[in-house]
Design a protein around this ligand. Structure first.
Ligand code: C2E
Ligand code: CA
Ligand code: CA
Ligand code: CA
Length: 277
């Protein structure tokens, strides 16, 4: 009993750990952050494997926190989901991406689509589809230039699935993110109307220059093609992976081997240099 008492005491201490304190602190500063425009987007190129030109970008959020410096999404998205803040944050991200994209379009930069990550919690909002369409309208974009990356399809409820059908009917592109992880696989493809599959980087990491080229990746690409879906590989870190993916018929690649995520002002020069190679 004494021993378990001690264990409980330690557990109690642990439950008030640094992480919880930080989560509390971040939660408190969310609304200030929105007001002070502390959220910024970085953009990672997506490269067509046939032409080796950049076709589009994935927008990835960063938080320029006045006290903690630059925070990456893994540090605050879950916290934002748990307190509901992911809904206004998600709209801010969409607004930033649409505004940036409209500017690039005006400058004649050939980048389309722009892909934005969406939390399943955003999809459960009945107004979500119309909020997206209002932004498309406000910035004079065409719906097929915006792609939403969705994940955790295993957990989507009826209202989320309804949002997806609404977005699809309006012409917004949908991409199934993190494909091949526990949260997203072929079993969910029947209920969600997606245009693309994004193979998770944990699967891409298994492609090495050894003889054993990941059969899971190759089979995924074949199955996706049979379903008329485009395939994107994320987390491509080596030339071997790139070559293997091209041979296996993958359409689009993204990863450090091609480029890290870059800031918006680096994008125009990056695209011109890359596509001229
Ligand atoms: P994700 O959607 O799977 O995005 C890919 C993540 O992998 C990004 O991390 C990207 O920087 C990183 N990455 C790209 N290429 C490579 C590579 O070659 N190797 C490795 N090791 N990593 C690579 P990031 O930006 O830290 O984002 C992490 C996750 O946060 C994203 O995973 C996405 O689920 C989420 N996220 C990012 N932005 C948003 C957003 O605006 N809204 C929501 N709801 N979630 C977001
Ligand atoms: Ca993504
Ligand atoms: Ca992923
Ligand atoms: Ca080229």
């Amino acid at each position: 009993a004494k021993k378990s008492g001690r264990g409980q005491h330690r557990f109690f201490d642990k439950s008030l750990n640094r992480k919880d304190v930080e989560a509390f602190h971040l939660e408190q500063s969310f609304s200030d952050a929105l007001r002070n425009r502390e959220f910024v987007l970085h953009y990672q190129p997506q490269v067509c494997l046939e032409t080796m030109n950049i076709i589009g970008f994935e927008a990835l959020v960063r938080w320029k926190h006045p006290e903690f410096g630059t925070l990456y999404p893994d540090r605050f998205i879950t916290i934002a989901e748990n307190c509901g803040f992911v809904i206004p944050l998600g709209l801010e991200v969409l607004r930033l991406a649409c505004a940036q994209f409209a500017q690039w379009k005006a400058e004649g930069l050939p980048v389309t689509p722009i892909a934005v990550n969406v939390s399943p919690i955003q999809l459960t909002e009945p107004e979500f589809c119309w909020q997206v369409m209002a932004l498309i309208d406000e910035f004079g974009l065409s719906p097929d230039q915006l792609e939403l990356e969705i994940t955790e399809t295993a957990m989507l409820d009826a209202s989320a699935v309804e949002s997806l059908h609404c977005l699809k009917a309006e012409g917004i592109k949908l991409s199934l993110d993190d494909f091949g992880t526990g949260y997203s696989g072929f079993a969910h493809l029947e209920s969600v109307p997606v245009d693309k599959l994004k193979i998770d980087r944990s699967l891409i990491a298994k492609i090495s220059n050894s003889h054993d080229d990941s059969p899971i990746v190759s089979s995924t690409i074949i199955l996706a093609k049979r379903m008329n879906l485009k395939v994107v590989a994320e987390g491509v870190e080596t030339r071997e992976q790139l070559v293997h993916l091209k041979v296996a018929g993958c359409d689009i690649a993204q990863g450090y081997h091609l480029s890290r995520p870059i800031s918006a002002d680096q994008v125009p020069e990056f695209v011109r240099t890359f596509n001229r190679r």
